[in-house]
Design a protein around this ligand. Sequence first.
Ligand code: SAH
Length: 265
Amino acid sequence: MTDADTGSAAETSDGADSNGVVHLVGSGPGDPELLTLKARRLIDEADVVLHDKLPGPEIIETIPEGKREDVGKRAGGERTSQEYTNERLVELAREGNQVVRLKGGDPFVFGRGGEEAAHLAEHGVEFRVVPGVTSALAVPALAGIPATHREHASSVSVVTGHEDPTKEESAVDWNALAATGGTIVVLMGVGKLPEYTAALREAGMRGEVPVALVERASRPDERVVTGTLETITRVADREDVEPPAVTVIGEVAGERDRVREFLRR
Ligand code: SAH
């Protein structure tokens, strides 16, 4: 794609409360072709695009450098605070900009999109939500793993493997999840893999239940690592699995073996 000059924010900025609007946009799992048509158009029309790392380089590099702001990392490698991002969104909108806040997957699935929406509303800034293809369902699918299956799983639960450390007790009830008998999809679940696989086993899940770790799905360096509830921690260590990756726990993870030979990307 070409880097057309899109016109600068200054053209529309009059300093006072004009028609700035913020679009909370999901980018999908990383493949630029998995952006929605609306996401693509809004990115192309935006004055400013605020993004972090999760949309991935293949998408971020399609945005002209002059109009993108990385709010994922600051100089020195420190994370930009959510407060800064919230305030920056309000500030840019008040200057009259068309702002895209681009988030990996869907903006309202573990993306803090809800917090940003609330902040914008509190400050009287107009916003729209543009759903994206969430990694929770797309990442297993890309690896040939159906989230549900008539024979194996009548439900799918999407949970965080990285809880808010300020919460006193586990916010995820692993006992209840094990009891569903359905598929469990864990986002942000690389670091705490040993803890929650152990919790599921304690909750009575069998050690032989298939588990897949799908790393950087839809990107050129996508990788799938498989094991069982009992072995997956060791396998992940050995294979050096790194975020972003999705953990799929349940019989459906075994379905991959039936189709992988014919699964073309
Ligand atoms: N809003 C996002 C999720 C944000 S939480 C969504 O709807 O997809 C970040 C987590 O998403 C990562 O830790 C990882 O578990 C998952 N993830 C996002 N993109 C991914 C990708 N391309 N491959 C594997 N996991 C991905």
